[in-house]
Design a protein around this ligand. Structure first.
Ligand code: HEC
Length: 121
């Protein structure tokens, strides 16, 4: 039994560690596609909601806003000046992400999402 574990452990680690790393870095992309893309566009180019990316809007909110401002925007529906967003921008602190309705997004989810938004320019 010990022999079996010793022989298979490196193989298990080799298989699971990259998979975990990949799921962490793609978490923000999945969150964006499931919760934001319908209104802000598959590549943040805008649609029902304003463009969030640099090229179209000339400003990159995700990159410029601190995590405190970004997370407040999601949780409370307030912009960087503390003004309430107009509908239909959801207040995710109330409606939750699609994966967990009515539960406030976690810091880890919001950090992953903001990190993903920064990659789209
Ligand atoms: C149902 C449509 C809809 C969805 C879904 C949505 N938004 Fe919005 N969003 C809007 C609208 C409309 C506005 C503009 C609100 C305003 O002008 O006050 C907006 C505004 C914003 C702003 C401020 C942009 C600016 O120029 O001030 C940010 C940042 C933002 N949304 C991020 C997100 C993120 C991140 C998600 C996903 C977690 C998301 N939104 C999901 C419709 C949506």
């Amino acid at each position: 039994m010990n022999q079996f574990i010793l022989r298979t452990l490196p193989l298990l680690l080799a298989l699971t560690v990259p998979a975990l790393a990949a799921s962490n870095s793609s978490g923000g992309a999945a969150i964006y596609q499931a919760n934001c893309a319908a209104c802000h566009g598959a590549k943040e180019q805008g649609g029902i909601g304003p463009a969030l990316n640099n090229e179209v809007s000339g400003k990159d909110l995700a990159a410029q806003w601190s995590y405190a401002v970004f997370s407040r925007a999601l949780l409370k529906g307030l912009d960087d000046h503390g003004r309430a967003f107009k509908a239909p921008m959801p207040i995710f602190g109330k409606v939750g992400f699609a994966s967990a309705p009515h539960k406030a997004p976690t810091p880890a989810q919001m950090k992953a999402l903001q990190a993903y938004l920064k990659t789209l320019k």
